[in-house]
Design a protein around this ligand. Structure first.
Ligand code: FNR
Length: 337
């Protein structure tokens, strides 16, 4: 059983690299305008933000991916070193495996000695005891509570009963000592779900929308006897999810994720309502195809390119970036109420 879980973790990575990910996050339907007269020097542009009381270098975190499997320890070691050197937060993948499998714990505990904001991860059905264990395992500053119905439903061994999750999230937000982020895993958070989450006391939401990593496809590729291709396009495009969640609350902290690949994606996400962006798949590709240095350069370049775009928009910091005007065009315009 434990062997199987480790294997599954490795298959997720392999199948992510094989997946086509042809869906669209619709950030291309956000139009922002060039400002030819910008009274600004690129050196005075500041992309830092404050997150959980700590100043971080840019509004980006590496999002949840792995731990536990064969490859997990190496990936988490590299990603946590890169995030430490760049001063950005990092989330580990689901720590559920570490609750039952002592040997897998090392791939998470290695974060403990690192000087960065550490984000733990468990499913929304887990108890406060499990969350406390998972938070302690990495010394978490905040815990992600993941929602992954789409993945569970197409995974033969996955959960098929989602009753009680609201009550559990309420309990976690009221009684668990560490703050929580409720996150999707690539199918997006709707306006209605965000309203529910905020009513349950949730203060941080990662919309993790459609347009990038596709867990329906990743799971489908694990089993050649199944064909779920008609569901590959399921989900709320990331751009719509950000706009919808922001439309119901000015205060909730929104993390944009789901198919964010480049600086333009990050900038647009922030303009339409996100406080921070998170990247998983693209970071993993750079690390596994290019290696440590390529992955670090990719993230450094993101920051440099965000500054270039901010200069073109005539804004000096992230608070000013949030106030930039935008227009919604095309398919996204049709979808937004
Ligand atoms: C993930 N993701 C994920 N999320 C989560 O909450 N717990 C997890 O264990 C995992 N595992 C995982 C493995 C791999 C290989 C990938 C690529 C992703 C989902 C991830 O955090 C994010 O929500 C989505 O991947 C969407 O972002 P990207 O990949 O499109 O940037």
């Amino acid at each position: 059983m434990i062997e199987k879980r480790r294997e599954r973790k490795d298959q997720h990575i392999e199948n992510y690299l094989k997946s086509q990910s042809l869906t669209n996050n619709l950030l291309e339907d956000i139009y922002i305008e060039h400002k030819a007269l910008s009274d600004i020097a690129i050196d005075e542009i500041d992309t830092s933000i404050e997150f959980l009381g700590r100043k971080i270098a840019m509004p980006i975190m590496v999002n949840a991916m792995t731990g536990g499997g064969e490859a997990g320890a190496d990936i988490n070691e590299d990603l946590s070193s890169i995030c430490e050197s760049l001063n950005i937060p990092m989330a580990v993948g689901s720590e559920a495996i570490a609750i039952d499998d002592e040997e897998s714990r090392e791939s998470f505990t290695l974060l403990k000695d690192k000087d960065l904001i550490k984000v733990g991860n468990l499913g929304s059905e887990r108890s406060i005891e499990d969350f406390t264990f998972a938070a302690d395992l990495i010394g978490a500053d905040i815990m992600q509570v993941h929602l992954n119905m789409a993945q569970e439903l197409v995974m033969p061994e996955g959960d098929k009963d989602f009753r009680g999750i609201r009550d559990n999230i309420k309990n976690l937000s009221e009684n668990f000592a560490t703050p929580i982020i409720v996150k999707e895993t690539g199918a997006g958070i709707s306006k209605e779900v965000a309203k529910d989450l905020i009513d349950l006391g949730v203060k941080y939401i990662d919309v993790s929308g459609k347009g990038g990593t596709n867990f329906i496809e990743i799971e489908d590729l694990r089993d050649m006897d199944t064909d779920f291709s008609e569901l590959y396009n399921w989900g709320i495009p990331t751009a719509k999810a950000i706009i919808d969640v922001r439309s119901i609350s000015r205060d909730v902290f929104i993390i944009a994720s789901g198919g964010l690949r480049n600086a333009m994606d990050v900038v647009k996400s922030i303009i339409i309502g996100a406080d921070m962006a998170a990247v998983s798949g693209e970071v993993l590709k750079y690390l596994l195809h290019g290696g440590y240095m390529a992955c670090e350069s990719y993230l450094k370049d993101l920051n440099d390119k965000i500054k270039i775009i901010m200069c073109l928009l005539g804004v000096k910091n992230i608070e000013e970036l949030k106030k930039v005007d935008y227009k919604i065009v095309g398919r996204l315009k049709e979808l937004i109420d």
